[in-house]
Design a protein around this ligand. Structure first.
Ligand code: HEM
Length: 441
């Protein structure tokens, strides 16, 4: 099923706000920048839980992503965990990000056959979030077997997507009752991964000097003002939330970026020249923390990739009071979906060649000239992505290292195929990595 791509193909035929009926459920979409700006403003709209996100509450109710904003656990967790995603926190994660990137580079350097790009990058991003945030290694590069957590997580996402589809069918509720019994089995498998992580950390106690990672903050930090703490059930769902939200979107973004880079020699040459200028001639050198933000061109490549393929392709919003959007009356109990692939390709903002990959769309002067809320791959307002800095730091670091070390050739017979779960990801995309012969000074 590819509902996102089906919609993308039809955008020219539908108005900027349109309604789709799927049996009992009514889906309203907005897909131009002007309406996106209206509904993304927290003063008048707020996050809503679309059916696909609601269905995830079976596994992660009260986790940051699936919580209602007025649920006390949302603000508590947000306040407690936001400091784990600031710039100083990235400095703490930087060396681990480099270590995991070493494993990826080692695997690609030894590969005899073309590498499975999305598969390997997903291993890398899962390992990175596991080690940096929870001090837990999935051993992602030690075995070719899929980790039991990943199997259970994929099952939970598939379950949620089927569940929300079933809700729309006339007999759906009866079927979901049966279907939910399967959810209990998936939950048990997820808990079997998460519980030992909690137990192991509790046994270690707080870290000296208060330098806690994300899990340490969850377990040992009290709210500055209220003194409240997260309870263990909530910590369990927060771990699931971060393990899931913290890896697929980033590996998808990296995979799409590599697809564009390997299909555009000019962009690749500029990107590799930048890595050489910053990192110098040694292909094994690791970027320092301070060097990562200096890869300005690579950052533009990443931003442009997330414009054309926002790996989290939409988010839902509800009005705070009765209002109209694009001539359509809405009440606070109504919700609509901001369809990012449409917003990010709106010709009124991005020009007549909006579908064309051009990292220079993110030159600072062009960014400044664009209207607010026309580029939202990380969502909007207080419920925007808490992991944005983490994702950008990790993605730029890994792209820099890959391009510095390898020339990457795509299979000329491969046409981009995009698979859709809750996120978007290139499918069956392979690259042939060859050690670069000369890395110019
Ligand atoms: C390229 C990578 C990423 C993209 C495109 C992305 C996108 C998004 C979007 C669009 C939202 C808002 C969803 C909504 O309004 O319903 C969101 C929320 C969230 N993201 Fe990300 N994300 C990325 C990486 C990450 C990472 C690395 C982490 C954690 C380490 C993370 C954790 C979260 C969490 C916990 C939320 C919920 C925040 C809240 O509601 O308070 N994300 N993300």
């Amino acid at each position: 099923m590819t509902p996102v791509q089906n919609l993308m193909a039809r955008l020219d035929e539908v108005p900027p706000l349109f309604e789709l009926k799927a049996y009992r459920e009514r889906f309203v979409f907005v897909h131009n920048a002007a309406l996106c700006a209206q509904v993304s403003d927290d003063a008048t709209f707020e996050k809503a839980l679309a059916p696909s996100v609601l269905a995830l509450r079976v596994f992660a109710a009260g986790g940051l992503f699936t919580a209602y904003t007025d649920e006390p656990n949302w603000s508590l967790a947000h306040d407690l965990l936001a400091p784990a995603f600031t710039k100083p926190a990235m400095r703490e994660y930087h060396d681990t990000m480099n270590e995991v990137a070493d494993d990826l580079l080692g695997k690609w350097a030894a590969a005899q056959d073309p590498v499975d790009v999305a598969g390997d990058l997903t291993r890398m991003t899962l390992e990175t979030i596991g080690r940096t945030a929870f001090g837990h290694s999935f051993g992602a590069f030690e075995t070719s077997d899929t980790d039991p957590y990943v199997v259970a997580m994929v099952d939970s996402l598939k379950h949620a997507s089927l569940d929300s589809a079933l809700q729309t069918l006339p007999m759906g509720r009866a079927i979901t009752a049966w279907h939910n019994r399967r959810a209990a089995d998936i939950s048990r498998r997820l808990d079997a991964v998460v519980d030992p992580i909690i137990t192991a950390r509790l046994a270690l106690g707080p870290r000296p000097g208060g330098r806690e990672d994300l899990l340490g903050r969850m377990l040992h930090t009290a709210h500055e003002r209220s003194g409240a703490r997260l309870d263990v059930d909530n910590i369990r769902v927060q771990i699931l939330t971060f393990l899931t939200a913290g890896h697929e979107t980033t590996s998808g973004a990296l995979s799409f970026a590599l697809w564009y880079l390997s299909h555009d020699p000019e962009v690749m040459a500029r990107a590799q020249a930048e890595t050489d200028a910053i990192l110098g001639p040694d292909p094994e050198v690791r970027p320092s923390f301070e060097q990562v933000p200096k890869f300005r061109y690579l950052r533009r490549v990443l931003d442009e990739t997330l414009r054309l393929w926002p790996t989290a392709p939409g988010f839902a919003r509800s009005p705070r009071w009765p209002t109209t959007v694009g001539g359509f009356a809405m009440l606070p109990q109504d919700w609509l979906i901001v369809f990012l692939p449409g917003v990010h390709r709106d010709k009124a903002v991005w020009g007549p060649y909006a579908d064309r990959f051009d990292p220079d769309n993110f030159l600072p002067e062009r960014v400044r000239a664009r209207p607010a809320y026309s580029y939202l791959p990380f969502g909007a307002g207080v419920r925007a992505c808490i992991g944005r800095q983490f994702a950008i730091h990790e993605a730029v670091l890994v792209l820099a290292r890959l391009l510095h070390r390898f020339d990457l050739t795509a299979d000329p017979a491969y046409d981009l195929v995009v698979t859709e779960r809750l996120t978007l990801m290139p499918k069956r995309f392979t690259l042939e990595p060859r050690a670069r012969a000369i890395v110019a000074r």
